[in-house]
Design a protein around this ligand. Structure first.
Ligand SMILES: [Zn+2]
Length: 209
């Protein structure tokens, strides 16, 4: 009887959790050295980096709601004087649970993200004041760029908010028909309850006639 409201609650919680994850500050974590770019040693101009991302990458972070991640993140770093332009290309796939039928669902990741990294005297203060999420400040004394959290964020942002089998696949091989049928039954039950309640209230007037 309470199955449908419960399902809606669970879906809402999952969405809220995703947003909390993205905005959580992730301090005190150690990432592999390959996610630290020693940019001071780089010549001006374009430099290319490639990262193979699997489930192992996400271990230092909180538990993810997807698995079997196989993604490649390509980074183009354009070093200029006083700033750097970063372009991240995300390409790959993850497996997650369909919001509608509960089946495993494979999602293609394909997206790109741009960041401008600027040198500043008071980087922390500048970051606090900056409203553009694509601009990040590092202090002039800094020698390394830490990109693990960006990679983490960009992979998560590449996953669509709506995680469902496509419309034309309802009841198709990708969708779990058992669950869909049970959901339909629950919806019908709710409707029947609502209509019988209307008649219940009117019953007491029957004898008055
Ligand atoms: Zn489905």
């Amino acid at each position: 009887m309470h199955g449908l409201p419960l399902l809606i609650l669970i879906i809402t919680l999952v969405i809220v959790q995703k947003h909390l994850l993205l905005h959580a500050k992730k301090f005190d974590m150690s990432y592999p050295r390959e996610y630290e770019i020693a940019f001071v040693g780089l010549k001006p101009g374009e430099h290319y980096f490639t990262y193979e991302i699997t489930d192992k990458f996400f271990e230092p972070f909180q538990e993810q709601d997807f698995k079997n991640c196989h993604a490649v993140v390509k980074l183009k770093l354009d070093k200029q004087s006083g700033f750097m332009l970063l372009k991240f290309d995300v390409d790959g796939r993850v497996e997650l649970i369909c919001d509608r039928c509960g089946n495993n669902l494979q999602i293609q990741l394909w997206d790109e993200f741009n960041m401008a990294v600027k040198m500043a005297d008071d980087a922390d203060l500048m970051n606090e004041r900056e409203e553009d999420p694509d601009i990040y400040y590092i202090s002039r004394g800094e020698s390394h760029l830490h990109i693990a959290e960006w990679v983490y964020e960009f992979i998560n942002l590449s996953i669509p908010i709506q995680r469902m089998c496509k419309e034309d696949e309802i009841g198709g091989p990708q969708c779990n028909t058992d669950v869909l049928e049970r959901l339909k039954l629950m919806e019908d039950e709710v409707k029947t309850d609502e209509s019988s309640l209307i008649w219940k209230g009117l019953d007491q007037f029957k004898d008055l006639q």
